[in-house]
Design a protein around this ligand. Sequence first.
Ligand code: 6U4
Ligand code: NA
Ligand code: NA
Length: 156
Amino acid sequence: LVAKKLLTLAIVNREGRVLLGLKKRGFGEGYYNGFGGKVEVGETVEAAARRELQEEAVIIAGNIKKQGLLTFHFDDKPQPWEVHVFNVLDYNGEPCETDEMSPQWFSHDQIPFDKMWKDDEIWYPHFLAGHLFQGEFFFRNTHHLDSYNFDVVSKL
Ligand code: 6U4
Ligand code: NA
Ligand code: NA
């Protein structure tokens, strides 16, 4: 049995703009993405989302809402990744650059999908519309999206 690896992804969404980070190192380097990472042992998924946002963007989340559950299969990794996507409705502090991420605001109609993971253009419109969603994505050679399933759902 191969357990899934649990990760978080937090997207600050305020006043018609989203806060994304240009990832400076590690998995997804060179891509814009929300903030997040691996859930640690003994930690809830929501606590992990808050911690990663603080570590990577130096802001403290207020109200956050879980909106998506995405599963990524990679032909070159044994474990699927289960990524819990959160909408960060408010926060304290000022986004700052860290070792991992360089933060930048994008208006909803100017999200840089050409510099993001291939799945993002499929689910961001639903995220921005406030829908709850689930998806499963199959990647080859890390970056090539071979196939997917995606659904808007009534609960997660
Ligand atoms: P460490 O090892 O501590 O530096 P950590 O920050 O825990 O890493 P990281 O940065 O590797 O984890 O987590 C990957 C991040 O990328 C998570 O927020 C999930 C996100 N992610 C992974 N695949 C994605 C994809 N296809 N589309 C997307 N986000 C993805 O939008
Ligand atoms: Na991370
Ligand atoms: Na981490």
